[in-house]
Design a protein around this ligand. Structure first.
Ligand code: FMN
Length: 176
């Protein structure tokens, strides 16, 4: 197996999920830093050609507070059928204006309530009901990977490699 081919295979799967809503790379787990690592599932809205990943969220969430404190974060994608795991070590960019923001806000606001609870996400409630306002708290997140790690389980051997942005995405095989 060629190292470049291994990298391209993972990249193709990430790009495939741009079109296919049921692709397993359509969701990912995002880990941010706080006293404890904070993890949650989010939807990957788009993978861009520079390998960055776009996610939509509410500006009042814990993930945004964490990323404002420390932009370092990790993403993990898992394809159960292909037994393929892709880990991104990233810096996050919080985008609240500009062309990219406007374009994605227009798409996101097809479901405006996702970003418009009256009280901020994680506010305590006396009952499970809550209300919405006309204000939107939509925010665009762009995750810029500094390092990408790929693990492919298989027989006779598993394959694992790491690739770095600073080495122009050249990588090396590592022991799984
Ligand atoms: C399948 C699934 C997809 C989700 N997609 C998103 C998403 O795209 N953006 C988002 O902010 N939260 C999404 N959530 C909710 C998050 O997992 C999380 O509960 C919420 O964003 C609050 O996270 P935080 O308080 O850690 O910031 C999703 C949850 C699930 C189960």
């Amino acid at each position: 197996m060629e190292l470049n081919f291994f990298f391209d295979q993972a990249k193709q799967e990430l790009l495939r999920a741009n079109q296919d809503r049921r692709h397993p790379f359509r969701t990912l787990v995002l880990a941010t830093l706080s006293d404890f690592p904070q993890v949650r599932t989010v939807v990957k809205r788009k993978s861009l050609p520079d390998h960055s990943v776009l996610v939509y969220t509410d500006s009042r969430t814990t993930k945004i507070a964490n990323l404002r404190e420390n932009a370092n974060c990790s993403l993990i994608f898992y394809h159960p059928k292909k037994k393929l795991q892709v880990t991104f070590y990233c810096t996050a960019k919080i985008i609240e204006s500009g062309d990219l923001f406007e374009k994605h806000q227009a798409i996101a606001l097809v479901h405006p309530n996702d970003y418009a609870t009256t009280a901020a996400p994680k506010s305590t409630l006396d009952t499970p009901e809550y209300s919405y306002t006309a204000d939107t708290h939509f925010t665009l997140l762009q995750f810029l990977p500094q390092q990408i790690e790929i693990l492919q389980l298989g027989r006779p051997q598993h394959l694992r490699a790491v690739f770095s942005r600073k080495n122009n995405w050249e990588g090396s095989w590592v022991v799984p």
